[in-house]
Unconditional design. Structure first.
Length: 420
């Protein structure tokens, strides 16, 4: 009886050898941008305490109420992290990173998990890059974060994106707005979708996020948060727009863009693309001045963004952008006989220490099969070695693209390959 074959879980994908070079390329762009913007990498565990995520992301969000991969072991409750901000805030607080002085500019790259219904641009394991700037309430920080995010897409060559911005105000502005929204929706409660009804009392701003058909007309006529901003929130928002303009970063204001979580304050933004289907947000973020305190830290103003790799690749594919292919091997050692194989084994480290990508045959194949393999690996050069070459110290260097061969000593051969 044949053994059972396995498949990856629904909504979770392998990143195969032919694809991983594109991921590496994008990661390189992110790291390069982070260096230019002077953000340091932070790596947090894949699992976090469930309570941190519940409090950090918010009990009422879909993420916490429906989509957590959570389990218990002994007395501990674990959740596969569904997002990066709460974990980074936990690490910031746990290690007193604020005590290093100044603002903390951190970025991260990694896998995240949400038990969603998989569809285009929506996976159960997905990958984000994100950045957090902690310890500054200045609108310059908001714009630094947005600029970082935009620069990654620019470097990746993704076109036709649209930056939406809004202000969700300070807690005081939001309190007035919340009342205004409830006053507006109350007479129409019976017309709202079931999900929006449940949000009416606790978090009416999230009704504006609703994708339900029956809510749309009412949402269109709803009061706008920007009409309820306090003087200081208005001033903050004006400065964000002024600084974006100063950097020539185009944006559209969208007063419906609310991040429904209570800890979000002031600036909210989203980067959307028309090329990736109904899940059109490449990324988004905002200010969260109350979060760090909410999870037990000192009050610390902060702002951040998170973007998805999978959607970046969807946009790239739609726009015909292909990231660098896997580097081909620089050199393949083709061996004839056991002595030659031993020699190759010993010379590979030398070639590699010269910065070359070097490989050989690991299956004891014929010369012909090895040459074929070297071609398959797109090797630029092959070194052909057998007993007579070992005796004379003169090795055959084959230029695989030009199909030419020359005999030479090892050091000459290395300099020839490295300078090619
Ligand atoms: P969020 O943390 O929900 O604000 O999401 C930020 C970005 O992460 C989104 O704009 C997407 O690019 C990406 N993202 C979030 N959830 C998923 C998912 N389930 N599958 C793929 N990408 C996702």
């Amino acid at each position: 009886m044949s053994k059972q074959k396995f498949q990856a879980h629904l909504g979770m994908s392998d990143i195969l050898p032919g694809e991983s070079s594109a991921w590496l390329r994008v990661e390189k762009i992110i790291r390069e941008t982070a260096r230019e913007f002077h953000f340091e990498e932070i790596r947090t565990p894949i699992m976090e305490p469930t309570e941190l995520i519940a409090r950090g992301v918010g009990q009422l969000t879909d993420i916490v109420s429906k989509e957590m991969f959570a389990f218990e072991r002994g007395d501990d409750k674990y959740v596969l992290r569904p997002e990066g901000t709460a974990p980074v805030c936990r690490a910031y607080t746990e290690h007193n990173l604020g005590q290093r002085g100044g603002t903390q500019k951190l970025f991260y790259i990694g896998p995240f998990f949400r038990a969603e219904r998989p569809q285009k641009g929506r996976r159960r394991q997905f990958h984000q890059f994100g950045a957090e700037l902690m310890g500054s309430a200045d609108p310059l920080a908001d714009v630094e974060i947005i600029h970082f995010m935009m620069t990654v897409y620019k470097k990746a060559g993704i076109k036709g994106t649209s930056l939406k911005i809004n202000s969700v105000g300070d807690p005081e502005s939001r309190k007035t707005y919340k009342t205004a929204l409830q006053d507006y929706f109350r007479p129409h409660l019976d017309k709202l979708s079931e999900i929006s009804k449940t949000r009416f009392e606790s978090n009416p701003m999230r009704i504006l996020d609703s994708k339900e058909e029956e809510d749309q007309d009412l949402i269109t006529g709803a009061p706008k948060i920007t009409d309820y901003l306090s003087e200081s929130s208005k001033a903050h928002y004006e400065l964000v727009k002024k600084y974006l303009a100063a950097l020539d970063i185009p944006f559209v204001e969208d007063s419906r863009l609310v991040r429904g979580l209570d800890y979000y304050t002031e600036t909210a933004f989203e980067l959307v693309s028309g090329d990736i289907g109904s899940q059109d947000a490449l990324g988004g973020g905002g200010r969260y001045d109350l979060l760090i305190e909410e999870i037990g830290g000192q009050p610390t103003p902060a702002v951040g963004f998170a973007c998805g790799f999978e959607r970046l690749f969807l946009a790239a594919e739609a726009q015909g952008i292909s990231f660098e292919k896997e580097q081909s091997a620089d050199v393949y050692i083709v061996t004839r006989g056991d002595e030659a194989r031993l020699w190759a084994l010993k010379q590979l480290p030398l070639l590699r220490s010269n910065g070359l990508s070097a490989t050989m045959d690991y299956a004891g194949r014929s010369i012909k099969a090895q040459m074929k393999d070297a071609n398959r690996e797109q090797a630029k050069f092959a070194i052909i070695v057998g007993d007579s070459e070992l005796e004379t110290g003169q090795f055959t260097l084959r230029n695989m693209t030009e199909s030419t061969e020359e005999a030479m000593a090892l050091d000459e051969l290395i300099s020839k390959i490295t300078s090619a």
